[in-house]
Write a protein that binds this ligand. Structure first.
Ligand code: ZN
Length: 290
């Protein structure tokens, strides 16, 4: 055993597979387009075997939802997903069996939260929330060095929010809830409302204020639940120029002076750029064994 850790970032459009170690080093990585699970999972395993290591563990940061109840017969499975072919797919099992090592699995967003807390924008805090705002919206939180879980992982993107006064007609984009946070503020929700991505709309378009307002309501909600020291906001939509500042300003307004601290210190962008997904998978292994 050479201490190498197999890493899998299992996404809806691509799998990034790599090899790392406990020092945070990523030695090599490859990309496999996500097709059906019968093709994609064996291809990822075959690539990992070709690297010639006897892995200490495999860390998997996967799209969800996932069954993370260790006592469940379907632990490590993707459960109810709208992605064709992937409903009730065992992800952790094949990697553990074929690579002959323990598998640690959690959601991609929980992996990102843990990686940002361990090495990135949440480093040095006791509590960090990571929110991704992109094709979907998801959140993960680390408190005192542990990801928070209930029966399974949180579904922070599906919280219910008040409606913005200028956004009452849109039914929402979430297939489960309509106008939950993801249904109102994710990339597809923006596209279906205004026919463009947020960064593709002019600076003075009302969409900017509306989306910032929804995200600020979410921030204020999570602050009310556990007041994280750091709220790291990533994902494609957050790449819109000016959005982070708009969210900060709207969050101050939404909190009505109730929450402590400087919003520029609390609400920040991610610090892990390249390899962030693989670092998420690595953080799951490193922290699990700690
Ligand atoms: Zn929803």
């Amino acid at each position: 055993m050479d201490g190498r850790i197999a890493l899998v970032e299992a996404g809806g459009t691509k799998f990034i597979v790599g090899v790392g170690d406990r020092t945070r080093r990523i030695y090599t990585r490859t990309r496999i387009d996500t097709a059906q699970p019968e093709a994609t999972i064996p291809a990822a395993i075959a690539w990992l075997r070709q690297q010639g290591h006897s892995y200490a563990a495999v860390g998997i940061a996967s799209f969800g939802p996932l069954d993370l109840d260790r006592a469940s017969p379907t632990w490590g499975h993707i459960t109810r997903t709208t992605k064709p072919g992937w409903d009730m797919t065992d992800v952790a099992g094949p990697f553990a069996r074929e690579l002959g090592c323990d598998a640690v699995i959690d959601t991609d967003v929980n992996g990102a939260a843990l990686a940002e807390w361990t090495w990135g924008a949440g480093q040095g805090t006791r509590s960090t929330l990571y929110l991704t705002v992109g094709t979907g919206i998801g959140g993960g939180a680390v408190v005192d060095g542990r990801l928070i879980h209930g029966v399974t992982h949180p579904e922070m993107g599906h919280i219910r929010l008040p409606r913005h006064p200028d956004d009452r007609d849109f039914a929402g984009h979430c297939p489960f809830h309509g106008d939950c946070l993801e249904g109102l503020a994710s990339g597809p929700a923006i596209l279906s409302r205004w026919g463009a991505s947020l960064s593709g709309l002019p600076d003075d378009h009302p969409a900017h204020a509306i989306i910032a307002w929804y995200l600020a309501q979410a921030v204020a909600t999570f602050q009310a639940i556990f007041e994280p020291a750091r709220i790291v906001m990533g994902g494609g939509v957050m790449g819109t120029p000016g959005l982070l500042d708009r969210v900060r300003a709207a969050a101050v307004e939404a909190s009505a002076g109730y929450f402590r601290g400087d919003p520029r210190q609390i609400i920040v962008g991610p610090a892990l750029g390249e390899d962030a997904g693989l670092l998420g998978a690595l953080a799951l292994v490193v922290t699990d064994a700690a």
